[in-house]
Design a protein around this ligand. Structure first.
Ligand code: ATP
Ligand code: MG
Length: 470
């Protein structure tokens, strides 16, 4: 995608960054702003955190800044980094450096401090990240990063094969930047990505999780699945089984991977790019368990009995392995588990759905129920054309859910107008699991619209069932 890129940055660096820059230069060192701030400022995107690099050794940086009354913390001195804090804003300041050999495909064995900023820029991953800016000296762009921003490509600095062999995480970083900015991956860089993708096996799962979360969070994971499937399948091996998996079903015109790509894209379409992270993850993984549940009947028709449950189990396993937050995992798994749950455009069906969501993920029922409708809508338009009518029915369900959301909702036993004491009073006996069972029966009756959620009606219902069971 071509971007408008100004000849210069669209805004000046913030005052607190200039203070650090000027203090270092007044002491005779050289300093530049580098990396993400320069890239985003050229595009006119919201300002990124400022990182500074300098010819000063970290001890000199510390001494110089402290002498000027600036607080400094030693956050990464092994790699030449300290963090200055000005007006409560932290800024990383790093000595110009080049990386030594990478024997583990991730961390340089050693770093070497250098005096030329160009050497520091050359060790950076992509041309768009390898530019430096100074308010007086302007833009320093030895690898054509500005041009690549304008054309919209992610291109490795130097020989892509060598760069990905040094650090395999760059493979996922390339895809994340391409997704975030809507860029393509330059051809040679792309070929090197594919060749280097197996190296992701050596990378810590938490780092893969962070990058994958970044990719999914851009809303362009559908693009990544289509154009960089080798990379995504190396990062999350469970995705591989979906590739080219024929569904042998008249309900599906796409294989499982192609269907998933359509669902990921449709979710963005239907939410105008505002989908939540959990909805995006659910779109990616909702059918991940399909290949393992496949059976074919005597007529040659494919079935995937139990796939939502298996997909939810695999989703939990994958996301836990990658160290993603527990609440994100719980909500994502709820959406995956219930994505095939039968819902109808009736108030009763919507109340039941809300109760199921509340049970599975307490406190999130209403927003999750809307998101469940989104994934179902995206799923419906990504099957065969004959399934698309269902998306229209889902619009009606949204309307009913909205109405339900405006009323005070009964989602769980805690919302009932009676509690365990009422059950004990009527039924006698001692506190225990039996009380909970009775309350759940009352809940089901209220959700189904058989009994009103009032103290009088529920006490009456308790007496009725007590006398009936006598
Ligand atoms: P964002 O923080 O928005 O993801 P960024 O460009 O700031 O983007 P960081 O990961 O914060 O990315 O890294 C800061 C800079 O350090 C990058 O712009 C890049 O120049 C360099 N860099 C970071 N990680 C690597 C890496 N694995 N290999 C080479 N250079 C890297
Ligand atoms: Mg950054």
């Amino acid at each position: 995608m071509a971007k408008t890129v100004s000849q210069d940055v669209c805004y000046e660096p913030p005052a607190y960054a200039l203070r650090v820059l000027e203090t270092l230069e007044a002491a005779g060192f050289e300093a530049w702003i580098v990396g993400g701030w320069v890239r985003d400022a050229l595009l006119g995107l919201p300002p990124h955190d400022v990182d500074i690099c300098t010819s000063a050794l970290w001890q000199q940086t510390e001494e110089t800044l402290r002498a000027a009354g600036i607080r400094v913390e030693e956050t990464g001195t092994k790699h030449g980094t300290v963090t200055a804090v000005v007006d409560d804003e932290p800024i990383e300041v790093t000595t110009y450096r080049v990386d030594g050999a990478y024997s583990d495909h991730r961390h340089p064995d050693e770093v070497r401090f250098v005096s030329d900023v160009r050497e520091d820029l050359a060790r950076r991953d992509f041309t768009i990240n390898a530019m430096a800016y100074h308010p007086e000296r302007g833009l320093l762009d030895p690898f054509g990063g500005r041009e690549d921003l304008a054309v919209g490509v992610v291109r490795a600095v130097g020989d892509p094969t060598a760069r990905f062999a040094e650090d395999a995480l760059r493979v996922l970083r390339a895809v994340r930047f391409a997704c975030r900015m809507g860029f393509a991956v330059e051809e040679k860089t792309h070929d090197a990505l594919v060749a280097a993708a197996p190296g992701l096996a050596d990378i810590a799962q938490e780092r893969i999780g962070q990058e994958m979360n970044g990719i999914v969070g851009t809303g362009r994971v559908g693009w990544a699945l289509r154009h960089e499937a080798d990379v995504l399948c190396a990062a999350v091996p469970e995705l591989s089984a979906m590739r080219g998996f024929d569904q042998h079903s008249s309900w599906h015109i796409y294989d499982v991977m192609e269907h998933t790509i359509h669902v990921c894209n449709a979710v963005e379409c239907f939410t105008a790019g505002t989908a939540s992270l959990r909805l995006r993850w659910a779109a990616l993984l909702h059918d991940v368990g399909k290949p393992a549940t496949f059976t074919m009947d005597a007529l040659g028709r494919g079935h995937f009995y139990g796939h939502p449950v298996l997909s939810a189990e695999q989703t939990e396993f994958i996301m836990k392995r990658m160290g993603l937050p527990a609440d994100l995992i719980r909500s994502t798994c709820t959406l995956v588990h219930y994505h095939d749950h039968i819902v109808r455009p009736t108030a009763r069906s919507m109340r039941r759905t809300l109760a199921v969501m509340e049970e599975s993920d307490p406190g999130n029922a209403l927003s999750l129920a809307f998101e469940l409708m989104e994934i179902k809508r995206a799923d419906a338009v990504s099957k065969a054309p004959k399934c698309a009518w269902y998306a229209v029915e889902l619009d009606e369900m949204d309307r009913i859910l909205q109405a339900a959301g405006r009323k005070s909702m009964v989602l769980g036993v805690k919302d009932l107008a009676v509690d365990g004491n009422d059950v004990l009073e009527v039924m006698g006996g001692k506190p225990g699991p039996a009380i909970g069972r009775v309350l759940h029966q009352l809940l089901a009756a209220v959700v189904d619209g058989e009994v009103e959620n009032t103290y009088g009606a529920l006490r009456e219902e308790l007496w009725r069932s007590f006398l009936e069971n006598e």
